[in-house]
Design a protein around this ligand. Structure first.
Ligand code: COA
Length: 373
């Protein structure tokens, strides 16, 4: 057992949500127009007509029913099909920091803590709005924390890797208390004109307050953690500040998220189940010692497969809760949001496991135990 404790969590969701039907209606209107505009090229065999999307496919293939977005109007405007954000002045808070700050404030409030109790802010997310100054330092500044902040990024494992960094900071005496903030503003990464992926992501921000055990009442003890990365090209974004210097300069469309979904599914599920089982065994724990698995939320069928392999039996939804129906894939935030929404009903001593998986490939796993209040 470590001397770090997850004391509380907080969540920010954008006010607007887009249903599958709304998303598909927009996509299909755009496809109809595109096919009409390209009718001659299609008739002469120069190009293939684009096929419509369907809500039925999306829900069956992924389990997603809706997603939150920072700008519904921009996403559903067929002349735009990407969120629109107001450009902020240099002295205004950034979109990511604002989202993260709201989640951080809720985490502090739920723990009855003040920013003066916190020594550091780690902002860990799949993408950063800018390279510097750090989003974490913006949040630190907005809260008035006298300490340090830094940004880090490990794709879909950003949340768990950030959590493990926060735990390490407590363990090594760097800090008494750390705010881990994972603002995942993912919809700008998405090509809403790509049938294979237009439904995948949603926006959210989640925050965890991690404290030294002797200073914290209640919360969750950290029993152990694991990180693993294995190189794969199957989930990729080529977006970055080098794009403007590349020769030839890539088209804007080439900078979005792309994936080989089937390969990801086939390769990642066994790796995750194996890592969890190995971690449990190394800690002399059994799968049935875990009351709940808070898994990464990319695809319902992946989660069912992984949970079945781990438990080696049928299991209830309470044992592997799902939030992606409402939120879609929120990248590094998924397992943390599942924890935030579904961490009730634990008696002191009962255990659970948070596990993220995704691009990299990356897997992050943390085993926790409920403490007495
Ligand atoms: N609407 C309707 N049909 C669609 C569609 C859409 N939006 N997108 C694809 N299809 C069709 C395909 O054309 C294909 O048709 P065909 O069989 O006639 O060729 C069929 O549906 C299956 O397509 P496929 O891409 O193989 O779907 P899938 O079952 O693999 O599901 C994902 C797609 C993305 C939901 C799934 O692969 C997935 O979630 N993978 C893991 C993703 C993941 O975890 N990524 C990590 C990112 S962090």
């Amino acid at each position: 057992m470590t001397n770090a404790v997850i004391r509380s969590s907080g969540l920010w969701t954008p006010p607007e949500s887009v249903s599958n039907d709304e998303l598909v209606a927009c996509y299909n209107n755009w496809v109809e127009r595109w096919n009409r505009d390209n009718a001659d090229a299609i008739a002469s065999g120069q190009t293939e007509p684009k096929a419509p999307s369907s809500s039925g496919f999306i829900e069956k293939a992924s389990g997603i029913k809706s997603r939150y977005t920072i700008d519904k109007a921009g996403v559903l405007d067929i002349d735009r099909m990407r969120p629109q954000v107001r450009r902020r002045a240099d002295d205004e808070i950034s979109v990511m920091a604002e989202a993260g700050l709201a989640a951080a404030r809720e985490a502090l409030e739920r723990a009855g803590r003040d920013p003066a109790d916190v020594d550091g802010v780690i902002c860990s997310a799949t993408t950063m709005q800018r390279t510097y100054p750090c989003i974490a330092i913006e949040i630190q500044h907005a809260l008035g924390i006298d300490g340090f902040g830094y940004d880090m990024s490990v794709a879909c494992s950003s949340g768990t890797f950030g959590l493990i960094n926060a735990i390490n900071a407590i363990e090594t005496g760097q800090a008494r208390s750390i705010l881990l903030v994972t603002p995942e503003i993912t919809t700008p990464q998405l090509n809403f004109r790509d049938r294979d992926s237009h439904f995948i992501f949603g926006d959210v921000a989640v925050a965890f307050l991690i404290e030294r055990a002797d200073l914290a009442e209640g919360g969750w003890s950290i029993l152990g953690s694991r990180m693993k990365t294995v190189y794969s090209n199957n989930i990729r974004s080529n977006f970055g500040f080098m794009n403007a210097c590349e020769n030839p300069e890539p088209a804007f469309e080439d900078r979005y998220f792309v994936q080989e979904g089937r390969k990801v599914f086939k390769e990642v599920c066994p790796m995750v189940a194996e890592l969890i089982l190995d971690q449990l065994q190394s800690m002399q724990l059994a799968a049935n010692d875990m009351k709940r698995l808070w898994l990464h939320q990319a695809n319902i069928n992946m989660n069912l497969m992984i949970a079945r392999k781990v438990f080696d039996r049928e299991f209830s939804e309470d044992e592997a809760p799902v939030i992606l129906d409402e939120f879609a894939n929120t990248a590094g935030a998924g397992s943390l949001v599942a924890f935030h929404r579904h961490s009730d009903g634990f008696a002191p001593g009962e255990k659970g496991l948070l596990c993220s998986f995704g691009a990299g490939y990356s897997i992050g796993s943390v085993i926790v135990e409920k403490r007495a209040a």
